[in-house]
Design a protein around this ligand. Structure first.
Ligand SMILES: *Cc1c(COP(=O)(O)O)cnc(C)c1O
Length: 216
């Protein structure tokens, strides 16, 4: 299927999911996850109106950012190494994966205004990045002191291998944490489960394979 028809299909599903939850589809930002995809596919998505792209590695993203038009919002969704946080904050407009205080400190040094999400390991999975729910208040407080890194909300990558409906309790849990800290945004939902995420309050959905097809 072409990117055009995949995007039309996703937009229809976003509209339906929003409607089923009495939400407006315009409240939902579709982040097209273009990691590992060649530049041509990003250009095609751009021509179809996509302005939010998600990348997970700095070295891969830099030439894409350089080559693509300047009115794009670049979202960093990969593991955030503290020693790269400054550089990442200087070229991306949003970082979804803050989970340690030194990352905030380093990102702030870029002196570039960015939006940020705290990544929460919502199912307490071992070997998974993101903070535990009990660590949230402390990191949130640190972020509020940052001058250039603006806290917007919480992000999660749910457990792999579950049916969409099985994700619902985790999305509900993230939403209640988000409400507790006064988040305006919630980044959750991927190709396999974005409709459930929208029903549970996602503001940002991150979709890769359902737009671009499988990754290399
Ligand atoms: C790769 C990735 C996505 C996109 O996953 P798909 O299943 O291809 O939609 C979303 N979020 C994060 C953090 C990712 O790493």
């Amino acid at each position: 299927m072409s990117i055009k028809s995949q995007l039309e299909n996703i937009q229809t599903r976003i509209d339906l999911a929003a409607k089923s939850a009495n939400r407006r589809p315009e409240e939902i930002t579709l982040v097209a996850v273009s990691k590992t995809q060649p530049l041509e596919l990003l250009q095609e998505a751009y021509a179809l109106g996509i302005r939010h792209f998600g990348e997970s590695r700095l070295q891969e993203a830099l030439p894409k950012i350089e080559a693509m038009p300047k009115d794009i919002h670049w979202h960093f969704i990969g593991t955030l190494q503290s020693n790269k946080a400054k550089r990442i904050a200087s070229v991306f407009s949003t970082v979804h994966t803050f989970c340690k205080e030194p990352q905030v400190f380093e990102a702030d040094k870029a002196q570039h205004s960015i939006d940020c999400f705290i990544e929460v390991n919502i199912a307490s999975e071992v070997q998974k990045s993101g903070i535990a729910p009990f660590e949230l208040d402390e990191l949130h407080a640190k972020l509020l002191q940052s001058k250039h890194v603006h806290f917007r909300g919480l992000m999660t990558i749910g457990p792999a291998g579950l049916e969409p409906e099985q994700m619902r309790p985790y999305f509900k849990e993230l939403r209640s944490l988000a409400e507790r800290v006064g988040s305006e945004s919630i980044s959750m939902g991927m190709s396999g489960d974005f409709e459930v995420a929208i029903q549970e309050g996602a503001s940002h959905i991150r979709i890769g394979t359902a737009i671009f097809g499988s990754r290399q």
